[in-house]
Write a protein that binds this ligand. Structure first.
Ligand code: SAH
Length: 213
């Protein structure tokens, strides 16, 4: 599939919807989303829609991924340092992150998806992406502190481990149901004097679950 033209069209739409960050735009142009979905869904891979990836999970729609990554990179023109992703899923966002930061640590609690992501990413040969099978609720202390943390699954609250593992000056971008029944995108910045939390628009992510499966 020669998908460069469809990816360019997708990026044009993302830009029309507000995506500004040039490095995030480059990442969306470079990474072939159709490689991360089942063969029966390839025709829909560049539509702005979430798609099933098995095990009851979904790959988030491109405009939502763009929003999260732009919030993560906001204010940085170069690459971020080490970034932690919670919820590898099919590995698409981890591949995008490989263009935006020096090292990507990506955790997935479903063994089958962790293995699927490994297969999807293998041909891309991205030496800075490290996939970890495990419960991301505790973060990944051995890589901490992180220049950014991004979660693709939302719980009732933001796990304290994530906040503790942020470097000063770094940002956490995650969905959370801070008000029951209302999941929102939340950005927390760790400043020298403490944490600054901003609750943004309503979103709909899969639930953050504890333990492994
Ligand atoms: N970024 C992914 C989106 C996957 S959907 C992609 O590009 O495909 C969110 C993922 O979070 C699911 O695969 C789900 O299994 C995973 N997840 C949920 N709770 C988790 C936890 N506690 N630790 C790690 N992964 C978790």
């Amino acid at each position: 599939m020669d998908s460069r033209a469809v990816r360019e069209a997708m990026v044009h739409k993302l830009v029309a919807r507000g995506l500004q960050h040039p490095v995030v735009q480059q990442a969306f142009l470079a990474i072939e989303r159709h490689r991360f979905v089942d063969s029966g869904l390839v025709a829909q891979a560049y539509e702005d829609t979430s798609l099933p990836i098995g095990w009851g999970q979904t790959i988030s729609k491109p405009s939502v991924v763009a929003r999260m990554l732009e919030l993560l990179c906001d204010g940085h023109t170069g690459r971020l340092g080490r970034v932690l992703e919670i919820g590898t899923g099919c590995g698409y966002q981890a591949a995008l992150l490989s263009h935006l930061c020096r090292e990507v640590y990506s955790m997935e609690r479903v063994k089958g998806l962790h293995e699927r992501a490994r297969e999807n990413l293998r041909p891309l040969r991205l030496p800075n992406v490290h996939l970890i099978f495990g419960d991301g609720m505790s973060g990944f202390p051995s890589g901490a502190p992180y220049a950014g943390i991004v979660a693709a699954a939302g719980g009732r609250d933001l796990p304290t481990a994530w906040l503790e593992q942020l470097a000063v000056g770094a940002r956490l971008v995650a969905p959370a149901e801070l008000v029951p029944g209302q999941q929102s995108l939340v950005v927390v910045e760790r400043t020298p004097s403490g944490y600054v939390k901003n609750v943004l628009e309503a979103v709909l992510f899969v639930p953050l679950k504890s333990g492994v499966a």
